[in-house]
Write a protein that binds this ligand. Structure first.
Ligand code: HEC
Length: 108
């Protein structure tokens, strides 16, 4: 018999697994991100601390970096001379996740 309790339990279980999958996807690979970052350091610096015209990216929150990179990638986030769009447009979403993980792991 289907009762309210079992429906609630099933829904909660489903939600949990959906959330776990989403979480797993949000986890970037730091080592891979390090390999992808050759272009980035030209402007943001070896240590990601930026310079007079480039903001620091080291030690920012992974979710924040990923959000910004996805915005640049899609072109939704406006950026100076389209610089960041140019450097992210050919990257896959997995690349953006790995880059975000790498830079979030670097000291501020
Ligand atoms: C040609 C220079 C250049 C290169 C290469 C470059 N960036 Fe940027 N980046 C910028 C500039 C300039 C900004 C400031 C935003 C703007 O364009 O208005 C920026 C902004 C950002 C931001 C947002 C920072 C914030 O505080 O919101 C992130 C994150 C970022 N870059 C990551 C990267 C990553 C990762 C790469 C390598 C794939 C990269 N950048 C390559 C110049 C560059």
């Amino acid at each position: 018999m289907l009762n309210v309790k079992s429906v609630v339990a099933a829904t909660a279980g489903l939600l949990m697994s959906v959330m776990m999958v989403a979480n797993a996807e949000a986890k970037g690979d730091i080592d891979r991100g390090g390999d992808l970052t050759t272009d980035c350091i030209e402007c943001h610096g070896m240590d990601g601390k930026g310079n007079f015209e480039t903001p620091p990216i080291a030690g920012l929150k992974e979710s924040y970096i990923l959000k910004r990179l996805r915005g640049f990638h899609s072109g939704k986030t406006k950026n100076l001379d389209g610089m960041m769009h140019l450097y992210t447009e050919d990257l896959k979403d997995q690349d953006l996740q790995d880059l975000a993980a790498y830079w979030a792991s670097m000291p501020k």
